[in-house]
Design a protein around this ligand. Structure first.
Ligand SMILES: Cc1ncc(COP(=O)(O)O)c(C=O)c1O
Length: 410
C-alpha cells in the first residue's frame, strides 16, 4: 500500500470516528421500502429514457476538451492544474490527471477533503482559510495528504497557519495569492507580496511553494485580440513580483493562474507555470459568447459538453411551452440556457420548477412529453445543483458519475 493510500485510509477512518453518529433506520421503513442506489440501472440506457431534468456530459466532447487544453499548454511549455470547482466530480478530476495535469485546484476546504477521499492527492486550495476552525481542519488534512498546498494573502493569516501547523506537527505547503487588480482576494503585487513570501519562508512550520494569481476579470473579455492584450498587461505586475521572489532566492516553483479564456495566452507571462482552467471541460453559454482566435462570435476552442435534458410539460398555448427545468435545474444565471438545434427560441428559467420557452418559428411543433436539450448558462453553479451526471456517448449512458463535491461549499 502506498503512503498516500495508507494516509487516505487513516484520514477516512479518523474522520469517521470523529463524526460517528449512530444512525438507525426508522422501524417503519422496511428494508424493501428503503431507497437503493439505482445508478447501475441507468447505465446503458439511451438518453431518451432518463428521468428529467437530467445533467448529461458528452464523453467525446469532454475528452476532446481535456486533450485540447493539455496539448495546447504542453506545446506552450507550461502545465494545467485544472480547477475542480467547475465539475466537483472525482471521476473527471482523475481523467484530467491521467491525461497529464500537474495537479488539481479546489475553491473550498471541503472540496479538498472530497477529492482526497476519492484518491486525488496533488491539490492546491486557491482560497485562504481564515477562521481558526478551518485552519485546524486544514492542518488535519495536511497530516494525511502530502500534496496539499494552500493559499495565503495576509501576514496575520500566515502566522495563524504557522501556529496551527506547529500544533498539528506538520509543515504546511503554501502559495502566496497575489491580487491581479480586481481586489477580490490576494495581497497587492510588488513589495507587499514579496514581503509575505519572505515571511512564509521564514516561518518554521510553513514551506513556500510559489504564488498564484487568478485574473477572473480577463477571462470573459470579448474578442481574442483584446483579451490577449489586456490579460498580458494585467498580469505584468504579478510577473514582476514572481521575478523578484525568485531573485531574492525564495523557492518559487509554482506560478499558477489563468483560466479557460486565457489558456492560450498565459504562457506569454514570464515565469508562469500552470493554467488553473475550470470551465473548459464543459464550456457554457457565458464562454461561448466571448469569441476565440479564429471566430470572433463564438468561442469554439472547446465544445459545449454539459447539457440539461428537459421535458415539455405544457404546449397548449401558442408561441410558448413550459418545461420541467427551472431555476432549481438551470440557475438564473445569464445568458440563459441555449436550446440545442433551435435558433428562434428563447429559454428562461426564472421560475423555480419550470422553464419557459417562447418561439416564433420552431423547427417543429412541440408537444407535451417532447424533450429538449440545453447548453447550460454557467456551468459551475449548475453542476452544484445535481447529485450525479450522466456520462454519455452517442446518446447512450456509459457511466453515472457522483458529483461528490456537490454542496461542499465550506
Ligand atoms: C482561483 C480560480 N482559478 C481558476 C478558475 C477557473 O476559471 P475558468 O472557469 O474561467 O477556467 C476560477 C474560476 O472562477 C478561480 O476562481
Amino acid at each position: 500500500m502506498s503512503r498516500n493510500e495508507f494516509s487516505r485510509r487513516r484520514f477516512l477512518r479518523d474522520g469517521a470516528v470523529a463524526s460517528a453518529v449512530a444512525w438507525t433506520a426508522p422501524a417503519a421503513l422496511s428494508a424493501a421500502a428503503r431507497p437503493s442506489n439505482a445508478d447501475f440501472l441507468e447505465v446503458g440506457l439511451p438518453k431518451s429514457e432518463l428521468l428529467t431534468p437530467a445533467l448529461c456530459v458528452d464523453l467525446d466532447a469532454l475528452e476532446a476538451n481535456i486533450d485540447t487544453m493539455q496539448s495546447t499548454v504542453s506545446a506552450n511549455g507550461i502545465g494545467v492544474r485544472p480547477h475542480t470547482k467547475t465539475h466537483k466530480c472525482p471521476a473527471i478530476a482523475k481523467m484530467q490527471m491521467a491525461r497529464g495535469a500537474v495537479g488539481i485546484c479546489t475553491a473550498k476546504l471541503t472540496e479538498v477533503e472530497v477529492m482526497f477521499e476519492h484518491g486525488l492527492d496533488k491539490i492546491l486550495l486557491t482560497t485562504a482559510n481564515v477562521s481558526p476552525a478551518k485552519i485546524r481542519r486544514a492542518m488535519i488534512l495536511r497530516k494525511w495528504c502530502d500534496g496539499f498546498t494552500q493559499a495565503v494573502d495576509t501576514e496575520e493569516n500566515a502566522r495563524d497557519l504557522d501556529a496551527a501547523a506547529g500544533e498539528a506537527g506538520v509543515i504546511a505547503d503554501i502559495v502566496v495569492d497575489v491580487d491581479p487588480g480586481g481586489h477580490r482576494t490576494g495581497v497587492p503585487p510588488g513589495e507587499p507580496a514579496v514581503a509575505l513570501a519572505q515571511l512564509v519562508d521564514r516561518l518554521a512550520n510553513l514551506r513556500l511553494r510559489g504564488m498564484l494569481c487568478y485574473d477572473g476579470g480577463a477571462q470573459h473579455i470579448s474578442g481574442f485580440a483584446a483579451r490577449r492584450t489586456q490579460a498580458i498587461e494585467r498580469m505584468a505586475p504579478a510577473a514582476e513580483t514572481f521575478s523578484r521572489m525568485r531573485q531574492s532566492g525564495l523557492n518559487v516553483e509554482i506560478f499558477s493562474g489563468g483560466g479557460t479564456g486565457t489558456y492560450n495566452i498565459d504562457h506569454e507571462t514570464p515565469g508562469f507555470t500552470d493554467v488553473q482552467g475550470g470551465s473548459y471541460v464543459f464550456l457554457d453559454a457565458q464562454y461561448l459568447a466571448i469569441g476565440g482566435e479564429d471566430d470572433d462570435n463564438t468561442y469554439n476552442d472547446f465544445e459545449p459538453s454539459l447539457t440539461i435534458l428537459t421535458t415539455v410539460l405544457n404546449a397548449q398555448y401558442e408561441g410558448r411551452a413550459t418545461t420541467d427545468a427551472g431555476a432549481k435545474s438551470c440557475t438564473i444565471n445569464q445568458p440563459w440556457s441555449i436550446v440545442i438545434g433551435e435558433t428562434g427560441m428563447s429559454y428562461t428559467s426564472g421560475s423555480d420548477e419550470f422553464g419557459t420557452i417562447r418561439y416564433e418559428n420552431p423547427s417543429r411543433i412541440y408537444q407535451t412529453g417532447d424533450r429538449l436539450e440545453l447548453i447550460v448558462s454557467h456551468c459551475d453553479p449548475v453542476v452544484n445543483l445535481y447529485d450525479k451526471m450522466y456520462a454519455t456517448r452517442k446518446d447512450r449512458v456509459e457511466a453515472v458519475w457522483q458529483i461528490a463535491g456537490r454542496g461542499k461549499n465550506q
